[in-house]
Design a protein around this ligand. Structure first.
Ligand code: BG6
Ligand code: BG6
Ligand code: GLC
Ligand code: GLC
Length: 917
């Protein structure tokens, strides 16, 4: 009995002495709580440095955006291939996610070796080897005939700009294949796979092993928002708020950040805690000077650290009686699995002896105890360091969420964590001590990181499928050159049709004579009133023209026309107009003055003279009753009479295209076309009288208001009209009419966009599938919003803000799609308009028998003026389709009121002359 006690005493004394000895020797490796808190603080600062745009380039901890934006929600499904390269084992897998609506993952896998000559040889050969293994796997699983998406777990630092791309920043751990750094590993592997003609694999996602691990664990525990690897290497990822990630556009939601914490200390930030053993180990590694933190922690290095320490202790005579074996001198002879075995609770000492003997040493009992304690100190330090960095991440998460207590789960994987008997316990304990305000659950990833990679791939493949659906819709708006040439030809035919007596009555492009026979010649003068009705704004103007100097002064006032007046009775409308005139005269101090008036009335009118115009039919947003078929000049006169306050001499009624042409023609006598691309779309041009069969006389020219908005009303462009155009038409005030206008003008483009958005939302491709009340509201997308959204200078966030102002709660992805939709719709509009214009200029060129035509187009309208791309695309199209015409576009700065006044001046002069005769 006594002997037993004595033995126990002896043993515990021996143990105590050995431990003391080792503790003294490795004093520097034992980190106090204060030191750990300090490291935690340092790591927090490193994270911030890596996240910020300015400091990222020099940051040691790279904080790489992964483009993984959400943890799995259970809706993932499909069959995927997966590669897992970079950990201790290389695996190829087939993953089946969610069978028959259940959360369920099935995996079949195969390990392949990664010999040093492959992972440290030529880069191209490495990828070819990987592709060969994949081919072999597919063959053995009979998958070669299938087209499968692939998720690549690639456990090295990669700079990603999208999910399916990653530029290798540097090799770490055991890999060092030549010519891979700074290249995109996805395209490298894709290229290598192309050698296998019978393989049809699409790499949809590149994920780091930390990300894969987090996703694997998150599939089972939705609280999981951190992934940690403590294996061959060490690293962590976590979900960061987008608003904190400078390197990626957008502020909404979160994105997983691969911290690459292994590089913590590469800038010297950990020099005070690194020991001589760390320095020696680093010098002998594949990547000296790199991965300082990793080299103090991970499985690839722990054994080696122990070996270096034992060697030094032996040399100092503190172990093995000063004896060293050649194995102890040899790099890599002690591995992490040895460290783990030596630290086993019960068999630890026996294992230690066995391992030391295997190393050719003759350890005493005391040596074994000491060596075991060396292992403990080294692996404890590893767990402590990991805990400090992890604690920093958890604190950041808690602060991001602005909560007092954080409940979260950390997904963990890696051989060191898995095989070391004490490691998890120690790590958990220290983390909880360092962040008492977090309730952390540690979840071991049982199935590696590929299950998570498959989740990411599943989402990516859903996104890809959705993208295809979106592209399909957008493709409807893409016109080929042939289609545009066809539109041009049809427009040309319609122009001719409308000019001919026998077909004029049925023509959809009405080709209305305007009785405007010449451009201003500079002799016009006088004071005129003008009305400008039918565009975005209703204006009353006073125009003073001075002859000789071609100078015009204008005063104008904008008046609102309430919707109920636009769509009320004709009498109400004209009374309202007269009321506005009265206000204006009052405002100008011209009460009672009787001035000649030019009436810009931007609707199709059949004219028999310059001062008579019978409204054929309302277009755009007007629908006042009892006006169609009536002379609008008469209606205005009667309204003036009804008011009985002043008299006006209505001299001319003018379409806005004509007014615009005249406004521009005053500056440029070559301006023989007027174009409006605004609320509505229309064009007028100077036609030879001999071609105008409806008007007597063959001499000179007359301006024709084409009213091309009605082009297509006979179905001739139905082949390019989409279901969205039909929808817009059916919901308009004039169904079946003005089909070309409805594809090209400001009043309708936003409506087309809205219809597309509704459809995409119904298909679940936008706004989370929720059609909001706002989206159901007709007219929410005005031209100005379309123009804003499409502005190149606008960041995505601003697009989102605009959409939010419109009451559409969009994500960043939604905003991208909305912008694309707007772009497709406005582009088609500009091209169609260009094709129409090309038809006219070509006609003019041919009619005059010219090889080349030089002509100016006077243009007005909010779409043309405000939209960032419309005018350019329109001009490009005209150039393309009418290459022999040199067309100058002249923006009408003063609106069509000026032109109307000029026309009035000429008409007045003619009136006068007639009277005098
Ligand atoms: C595996 C994962 O389980 O763990 C790999 O599937 C990961 O993706 C690896 O790289 C990390 O551990 P180790 O010890 O193999 O490097
Ligand atoms: C204005 C003209 O500048 O442009 C109007 O003065 C014309 O006559 C209008 O109708 C067309 O553009 P919008 O975009 O206002 O319809
Ligand atoms: C290395 C790699 C990192 C990986 C880790 C764990 O640190 O650089 O990308 O996550 O090892 O495998
Ligand atoms: C509508 C009108 C037309 C006008 C055009 C531009 O198409 O019918 O007369 O010129 O809009 O405002």
């Amino acid at each position: 009995m006594f002997a037993v006690h004595l033995m126990a005493f002896y043993f515990s004394k021996l143990k105590e002495d050995q431990i003391k000895k080792v503790d003294r020797f490795l004093y520097h490796m034992r980190l106090s709580d204060d030191t750990l808190l300090d490291i935690m603080r340092r790591f927090r600062a490193e994270m911030e440095k890596g996240l910020a745009k300015d400091t990222n380039p020099t940051a040691a901890v790279k904080m790489l955006p992964t483009f993984v934006r959400a943890i799995p929600d259970g809706s993932e499904n499909g069959e995927f291939l997966s590669l897992d390269l970079g950990g201790s084992k290389f695996r190829v897998l087939k993953v089946q996610v969610a069978e028959e609506g259940k959360r369920h993952v099935q995996m079949e896998s195969q390990f392949y070796p990664t010999p040093n000559e492959i992972i440290r040889g030529n880069g191209t050969e490495l990828f070819e080897y990987v592709a060969d293994c994949l081919a072999d796997f597919m063959k053995s699983k009979d998958l070669k005939h299938k087209k499968l998406p692939l998720g690549l777990t690639f456990s090295f630092p990669c700079r990603q700009t999208k999910l399916e791309e990653g530029v290798l920043l540097s090799w770490t751990k055991k890999f060092k294949a030549r010519g891979v750094q700074d290249t995109d590993v996805v395209s490298r592997l894709t290229k290598a796979m192309r050698r296998h003609k019978d393989m049809d694999v699409d790499i949809l996602a590149l994920v780091n092993d930390t990300v894969g691990t987090m996703m694997t664990c998150a599939y089972d525990d939705p609280y999981c928002e951190v992934g940690v690897i403590i294996g061959t290497g060490t690293n962590a990822c976590y979900m960061e708020d987008m608003s904190n990630i400078d390197l990626v556009e957008g502020d909404e939601g979160r994105m997983c950040i691969n911290t690459e914490w292994g590089a913590f200390g590469d800038d010297g930030a950990l020099e005070d805690i690194r020991t001589e053993f760390d320095r020696e180990l680093d010098l002998g590694s594949l990547n000296p000077g790199k991965q300082m933190f990793e080299k103090m922690i991970s499985g690839l290095y722990l054994g080696e650290l122990v070996r270096l320490i034992l060697l030094k202790m032996a040399k100092a005579g503190l172990l093995f009686g000063g004896e060293k074996s050649s194995a102890l001198h040899t790099k890599g002879k002690i591995e992490t699995r040895h460290v783990a075995a030596m630290e086993k609770y019960k068999e630890g000492l026996a294992n230690t002896r066995e391992i030391l003997v295997d190393l050719g040493l003759e350890p005493s009992e005391a040596d074994c105890i000491a060596v075991q304690h060396v292992c403990t100190i080294v692996s404890f330090r590893s767990a402590n360091l990991c805990a400090a960095a992890l604690a920093a991440i958890l604190t950041r998460l808690r602060e991001n969420k602005k909560v007092e207590r954080l409940r979260t789960t950390v997904g963990v994987d890696g051989t060191l964590y898995k095989i070391h008997p004490q490691y998890p316990k120690r790590l958990h304990k220290v983390v909880r001590k360092l962040v008492p305000s977090c309730d952390v659950r540690f979840l071991l990833s049982e199935s590696g990181s590929t299950k998570g990679a498959a989740m990411v791939t599943a989402v990516a493949s859903r996104v890809q499928a959705q993208r295809k659906q979106i592209d399909k819709v957008l493709a409807l708006f893409r016109l080929t050159r042939e289609q545009l040439v066809d539109v041009q030809a049809k427009m040309r035919a319609e122009l001719e049709y409308g000019l001919k007596k026998k077909s004029h009555g049925l023509a959809t492009v009405r080709m209305l004579p305007t009785y405007v026979c010449g451009l201003p010649d500079g002799t016009e003068k006088g004071k005129f009133l003008a009305l400008d009705l039918g565009g975005t704004n209703f204006r009353v103007l006073l125009v003073k023209i001075r002859s000789g100097r071609r100078s015009v002064r204008m005063y104008n006032k904008i008046f609102a026309i309430p919707l109920e007046i636009m769509q009320g009775t004709g009498e109400e409308l004209f009374d309202h107009i007269v009321q506005c005139i009265a206000d204006f005269l009052d405002y100008m101090g011209l009460k009672g003055a009787s001035l000649p008036l030019g009436f810009t009335f931007s609707f199709p009118c059949r004219q028999m003279s310059i001062d008579k115009g019978t409204l054929i039919g309302w277009t755009k947003g007007f629908k006042a009753t009892d006006c169609e078929g009536e002379d609008v000049v008469d209606m205005l006169r009667e309204a003036i009479k009804r008011r009985n306050e002043f008299d006006l001499d209505i001299v001319a009624v003018v379409n806005d295209t004509v007014g615009t042409m005249m406004t521009c023609g005053y500056e440029d006598p070559n301006c023989e076309i007027g174009l409006i691309a605004g609320t509505g779309s229309n064009m007028c041009y100077m036609e030879d009288m001999r071609n105008i069969e409806m008007v007597e006389g063959d001499e000179g020219k007359m301006c024709i208001n084409t009213e091309w908005g009605g082009f297509g009303d006979n179905g001739c462009i139905d082949d390019i009209r989409t279901r969205y155009d039909t929808e817009v038409d059916e919901g308009s005030l004039n169904p079946g009419k003005q089909r070309y206008e409805k594809m090209t003008s400001g009043m309708y483009l936003g409506e087309i966009v809205r219809q597309i958005l509704i459809d995409l939302t119904k298909q679940g491709l936008l706004f989370r599938g929720q059609i909001s009340e706002r989206l159901r509201t007709r007219g929410i997308f005005e031209t100005k919003f379309l123009s804003q959204i499409e502005s190149d200078r606008l960041a995505l966030l601003q697009v989102r803000t605009i959409l939010q102002q419109l009451g559409l709660d969009s994500t960043c992805e939604d905003s991208i799609v909305v912008k694309e939709v707007c772009g497709a719709v406005s582009r088609r509009a500009a091209q169609l308009c260009g094709a129409g214009l090309a038809a006219v200029v070509e006609k003019r060129r041919e009619d005059q028998g010219l090889e080349h035509l030089r002509i100016t187009v006077g243009v007005d309208g909010t779409l043309y003026k405000l939209h960032p791309h419309f005018s350019r695309i329109l001009q490009e199209t005209v150039k393309e389709l009418a290459p022999r015409c040199d067309v100058t576009f002249m923006l009408s700065e003063d609106g069509s009121g000026k032109g109307a006044a000029l026309i009035t001046a000429v008409a007045k002069r003619l009136q006068q002359a007639q009277k005098e005769n």
